[in-house]
Design a protein around this ligand. Structure first.
Ligand code: HEC
Length: 136
């Protein structure tokens, strides 16, 4: 019986190993769900290039590939400007870190609302990517 279980495990091992990287990869986001997750951002940010409202946060239209603090008529914090000068660019990784914990990536940032749920952030980032890459 013990032997049979051993054989069985050995047969399964390559399959288990093959499955492992999947769990360590960043979560694949769902843009449809991300649109709903954006309701957490939407009182302060817009992804509409023609947004006219004066919002508390900068536009997130084509945020992918955009350097931090790039919206010229937005009053960023000194903290965000310093990070921009140090080369911070928004991509799936930096967005994920900032939105999970704004203060840890940009100490002193004026944005204080974190979104801690990994799945929701992945969905949200997939949604933000829909407006395309930064293209000044
Ligand atoms: C209460 C208002 C508010 C909410 C809600 C909010 N933000 Fe922000 N966000 C800001 C402000 C203010 C800044 C500018 C921060 C600074 O200058 O330090 C900012 C900056 C950002 C930036 C940097 C943009 C740039 O041009 O460099 C990103 C990205 C961002 N927010 C994403 C999000 C996402 C995603 C959400 C939803 C999960 C969200 N924010 C929710 C107020 C908000």
């Amino acid at each position: 019986m013990a032997k049979a279980a051993g054989v069985c495990l050995r047969a399964l091992a390559p399959i288990l190993v093959a499955m492992m990287p999947v769990t360590s990869l960043a979560l694949e986001g769902d843009a449809g769900r991300g649109k709903r997750a954006f309701q957490r951002c939407y009182s302060c940010h817009s992804v509409d290039p023609n947004e006219k409202a004066k919002l508390q946060g900068p536009s997130l239209y084509r945020i992918m590939g955009r350097p931090a603090a790039a919206i010229s008529d937005f009053e960023y914090s000194d903290a965000m400007r310093a990070k921009a000068a140090a080369g911070l660019v928004w991509d799936a990784t930096t967005l994920d870190r900032y939105v999970a914990d704004p203060e840890s990536l940009v100490p002193g940032t004026r944005m204080s609302v974190p979104l801690r749920d990994d799945r929701e952030r992945a969905d949200l980032i997939a949604y933000l990517a829909l407006s395309g890459q930064y293209n000044p």
